[in-house]
Design a protein around this ligand. Sequence first.
Ligand SMILES: [Zn+2]
Length: 115
Amino acid sequence: MNHKLYFPCPVCKRVLLVEYAKTGKPYCKCNECGVQLFVRGKQGITRFYRLLGELKIHGDTRDLINAVDYFNALKVLLADIRGKQPFFGEDPDLNLQEMAILRQIEKVKENLKEG
Ligand SMILES: [Zn+2]
């Protein structure tokens, strides 16, 4: 297998490089989530490659698209939370949610810069 294949992490959706065990069986791992995904058995491996063909994920490009998608989704969420704030005063729960999202947005921005 010369060309690189990619598969999204089921937890964080980041694109992972498909690696191969000594036996030739494909697997991927996401260090951030601690996810290790092994595909075993002829049927499983066949289905896995078919799925990869359907997904047509191209490494870095796709990773970047994911990050941009995520970034946009966060901005929508932020606008939604800000829209829920009462007309007078502030809801502390919403403030906490807003802060969490702002932190995520900063994180994604940094990831995009690195990429
Ligand atoms: Zn992950």
